[in-house]
Write a protein that binds this ligand. Structure first.
Ligand SMILES: NC(=O)c1ccc[n+]([C@@H]2O[C@H](COP(=O)([O-])OP(=O)(O)OC[C@H]3O[C@@H](n4cnc5c(N)ncnc54)[C@H](O)[C@@H]3O)[C@@H](O)[C@H]2O)c1
Length: 362
């Protein structure tokens, strides 16, 4: 069996916690290169994870290294240029979100991948979650009757507050990044994984915290001006078949006890109250008058055993399966493009107060 050669581009907080330590655990793969424009970060990743080659940028990687798959984990504003360079070089690609700033540019990436016969997978990884897939199975089996509403709470207190960071997090508040594309994207991927492509979007948003202070790591105490984009969004989506979703997302909630996700149907509710990486089961409220009962339960699978995701590097497993079996990755660029369309239309929805139609499907 082929051992896949993987290069990680962008050796920041996420690559160090999810990709670099897990490449060899998630797939029959080896790390061959670490790349960062701050070269010491690439060198430090090499020392820490035993990676043989450090490079200054994607172009040096392409020129000097033999690799099969690149994982683009750089800061958001850098993704499109990196992704185009990787695909032009004829390599399979995993991109952190969002892969491009506009639908048109992501379409360019998708076309290039298709022309070159390359596989292209896009984060986040929610469609691979066992709890979400188990919930979808329960819905298909009628456990909550007709599922009509998903309510998703996907927020934290901001990257400068919530995660330990040694790289300067200021870029999260600069044009091209922001709470919508960094956090909202998760909620949008979750609800569209459940209900499919949405047909329209409306939104209201606020700037809650215009000046922020970094609270950990090498930049502890640094002040960030964060008033250029909202940091709290309430996004409503309509889906075909009389379904809707609310995504409450931002960098504005230092803590919350709300379930990350609830799905409501006319005969019950599914609630995701535990962290998804560690608990693979949603809780089920079922209203079952024919059996004289109603109440909460934790459903057990009995056909296949319970599974958990090990890390968000599971996206590598998805991509390599797609290459080996010549199929579209589950974490498809088409789904990512639909989510990107929603995010690109949200400023117009906020500005106009109107409901905006969506065009893309996946
Ligand atoms: N899926 C998740 O749950 C999740 C969580 C956090 C971050 N992310 C995503 O991961 C990506 C990185 O976020 P992070 O938190 O690790 O940020 P970070 O700032 O810690 O790391 C980004 C790294 O990319 C490097 N970089 C920037 N431009 C580059 C370029 N052109 N070429 C090579 N390296 C470059 C920076 O020097 C830095 O080391 C973002 O897309 C972010 O949205 C995802």
């Amino acid at each position: 069996m082929k051992k896949w050669k993987v290069a990680v581009i962008g050796c920041g907080c996420f690559a160090n916690s999810q990709y670099l330590p897990n490449v060899t655990k998630e797939a029959n793969a080896e790390l061959v290169a670490a790349v960062d424009i701050v070269f010491e970060r690439a060198e430090s990743a090499c020392r820490r994870f035993g990676v043989p080659n450090a490079y200054h940028d994607v172009y040096e990687l392409i020129e000097k290294c033999d690799f099969d798959v690149a994982i683009d984990a750089a800061s958001i504003q850098a993704h499109h240029e990196i992704n185009m360079a990787v695909l032009n070089a004829g390599k399979h690609l995993i991109s952190q979100k969002p892969a491009a700033p506009t639908v048109e540019l992501l379409t360019e990436q998708i076309r290039l991948a298709e022309e070159k016969g390359l596989k292209f997978a896009c984060a986040p990884i929610h469609p691979m979650r066992y709890d979400l897939n188990f919930a979808k199975q329960l819905i298909r089996d009628g456990a909550i009757g007709r599922a009509y509403y998903a309510k998703c709470n996907m927020s934290h207190g901001g990257p400068e507050y919530f995660q330990y960071r040694d790289a300067d997090p200021s870029w999260f508040y600069e044009p091209g990044a922001g709470a919508l594309v960094d956090m909202g994207v998760h909620g949008l991927q979750i609800v569209t994984s459940l209900f499919g492509a949405a047909e329209s979007v409306a939104c209201t948003a606020l700037v809650t915290t215009p000046r922020r202070e970094v609270r950990s790591g090498a930049f502890n105490g640094k002040i960030i001006e964060a008033d250029r984009m909202p940091d709290q969004y309430l996004i409503t989506l309509r889906f075909p078949g009389d379904r809707m979703a609310l995504v409450d997302s931002g960098f504005s909630q230092k803590a919350s006890r709300a379930p990350q996700l609830e799905i409501f149907g006319d005969e019950g509710t599914l609630a995701f109250t535990k962290p998804y990486m560690t608990n693979p089961r949603p809780e089920l409220y079922t209203d079952c008058p024919e059996r004289g009962m109603r109440g909460w339960m934790t459903p057990e699978e009995w056909v296949s055993p319970q599974k958990k995701l090990i890390s968000q590097c599971c996206i590598l497993r998805d991509l390599i399966e797609a290459v080996e079996q010549d199929k579209t990755p589950l974490l498809s660029a088409y789904h990512a493009r639909h989510i990107l369309e929603i995010m690109c239309k949200i400023p117009e929805a906020i500005e106009s107060g109107a409901t905006i139609r969506l065009e893309t499907k996946f």
